[in-house]
Design a protein around this ligand. Sequence first.
Ligand code: GTP
Ligand code: MG
Length: 402
Amino acid sequence: MPTLTLDLLAVPVGVLQIPSVEQVDTVLLSLVVPTYNEVGNVVLLVEKLTGLLDRICPNDYELIIVDDDSPDQTWEIARSLLCEYPNLRVMRRTAERGLSTAVIRGWQASRGRLLGVIDGDLQHPPEVLEKLFGELVSGSDLAVASRHVVGGGISEWSVFRRMTSRGAQILGLMIAPQVVGRVSDPMSGYFMVRRSSVTNQILNPQGYKILLEILGRGEIEHISEVGYVFQERQDGESKVTWRQYVEYLQHLVRLRSDGRLEKFQEQFPIGRFLKFGAVGFSGVFVDLGVFWMLSNGLGLAAVTATILSAEVAVLNNFIWNDRWTFGDRSIQQPGRRSMVRRFLKFNVLCLVGIVLQGTLVGLMSKVADVPAIGAKLLAIALVMLWNFWINLKLSWRVTDTK
Ligand SMILES: Nc1nc2c(ncn2[C@@H]2O[C@H](COP(=O)(O)OP(=O)(O)OP(=O)(O)O)[C@@H](O)[C@H]2O)c(=O)[nH]1
Ligand SMILES: [Mg+2]
């Protein structure tokens, strides 16, 4: 459902594809600013950027702030500026989060023939916009503000931070050289690109590095670079955590695989499978622990204790899978009734899994003469794959609304 709030830009939904020039009522330039908790910067930023853009493309631009529902109310402050700045637009996202997708959602809602992005914390000097803009007007498809060309640099980074940044770049060159090697500063979050270069592809970025996605999937021939000095933050806090490094790696792998990984993941989501496996593993301990309590502690017969402990383990696995492995899907099937339905399906499928496991062990050890323990291990692995896949398709199925 698109979010339609008075005077805020509606948030585009569905796949991340930017409408073509023909589909939009165009202005020359749309500049997107992703923000999260930037309340101390947003007023000055809008003042500076609009001052500059009013000069370089008067009345032919839009400045779009895409805020991810910041707890410090950045979006509300930005909204209060709307009457003062007629070219300003504000989008408040509540259902999605993340820098790269914020930028793309902003571009999806934009009308510019040229698209740009700049950080909202004044670390990117606004004056450089004029040079980036000039490069696109002279025919480049992409103009990147770079810290590593003439005129570029970093104001006050520690040796550790410089090394981490360069290390990430080297790693990128090793994993996806065809993408990372195209520019001197592939980590830059400050650039402009021609709309027609990025409209033919569904984008699928991960984490912070939107430029990698544009380099990897865009139709980019001519690239220019413009030097800039990365400034220190004056207000607010950095949002970079270890998570961005993991996402960076995942993004590189995805770009390297050139779409093949995404196709495979559509059928078999590896991350989910690992979670499902971890939950299954936890279930083994729950099963053993409860069995021990029931048989040793309460003195129940072994068969009764086995059945009861297995059911407790199934319950444990269901709760974790429902909350964690398939949490995003459970949210889309709200209500107690649908949860009970998912639990019943999961139960039945677990039972089928046990029967399947027994059959496989029997077949392998009797027909193919595989030693019992080997047959059991192989059967566990096969049934786990099957269990995951069938639960994905049945218990936590949602219809894709592409
Ligand atoms: N909409 C949105 N914006 C974000 C998100 N994370 C960061 N931003 C914004 O993206 C810009 C860059 O984020 P920063 O945390 O400053 O990252 P950085 O500049 O690479 O790192 P620092 O030098 O540590 O500040 C800032 O304007 C942030 O407010 C997010 O999840 N959603
Ligand atoms: Mg920053």
